[in-house]
Design a protein around this ligand. Sequence first.
Ligand code: SAM
Length: 362
Amino acid sequence: MNQRVIPLADERQLGRLPSIPAELPAPSGRLVDSRGRAMKDLRISVTDRCNFRCVYCMPKAVFDTDYAFLPRAALLSFEEITRLARLFAAHGVSKIRLTGGEPLLRRKLEDLVAQLAAIPGIEITLTTNGVLLPRKAAALAAAGLQRVTVSLDSLDDATFRAMNDMDVPVAEVLAGIDAAAAAGLGPIKINMVVKRGMNEHEIVPLARHFRGSGHILRFIEFMDVGCSNGWRMDDVVPSAEVLRRIHAVFPLEAVDPNYRGEVAERWRYLDGGGEIGVISSVTQAFCHACTRARLSTEGRLYTCLFAHSGHDLRTLMREGCSDAELSAVIGGIWNGRGDRYSEIRSAETAALRKIEMSYIGG
Ligand code: SAM
């Protein structure tokens, strides 16, 4: 038993059962929240387990052998996930991202992808640490997965092994990226979380490595998700600094967003070496344009990555709610959404109890 005690808020059980409205309006496909934001993206966490113990996400001191991961019966089945996804699609969701935990640890994930791919008008993507892609990429692509995002925080083996804290070498992730490219799951995005004093020396080497590859490297500011990663503002490397460092070696120019509300700010190399992105969730909050809903592994709907409680759709489903009832519940929750955590972040809010990213899905 690990003796180090870190207070970890277990917010998984919080939240009353959502009430079913008396009126059951049919979805219009144009749902908006209290700030006028549409619901376009649904992130679905398919497992709370991971084969990495990234120090900024699932530190071993908390997620050790004694940690109570969800029992199998608590997880939404593929049929339950697909049922909900159809309802979200009717409300306007056009993109689904499968995540976790490590989504490729969920057995037969390709079967879920095939079920989701049968929903008209939905793009299906996946975020992964990449290690299982050599085994899974072809089957996932055949099932209908369109793109993958692979997380990679360093090319330096010692730094990477220390960050994933499971001694996984960089080569395994690079092999995963190659497998995804060979399976046609591109353009591939590579996510690097930059943490001060940990991997900032890897910003330029990663940029150099992926220039000209066709893959899009994105730098993410270290965020205060959950309660277990010991976040401090001093550990955040602002995107402006990331861009300055790269620009000094490989000159950059800004690129227009692909669409309104795009999370990553786009830049391209002046010499034609391709594109990079920065995700400035801390220094330039983008709550005003956030169109993402999140479905946790056990079927709770969260309307913000920094929420402390979710809305239990699984119980409603398992108690026999109709599609019309579930749809009205989802619509009502989104209508009432007012979250804008990143815009009001401070040292005080960072200490608030929040759901862990491995549970809600990254
Ligand atoms: N296991 C998958 C993976 O590694 O991509 C999916 C889940 S992971 C929680 C999703 C993304 O969240 C990863 O790119 C990870 O680096 C990022 N992430 C986790 N904790 C973070 C934090 N505190 N700040 C910023 N990004 C974080």
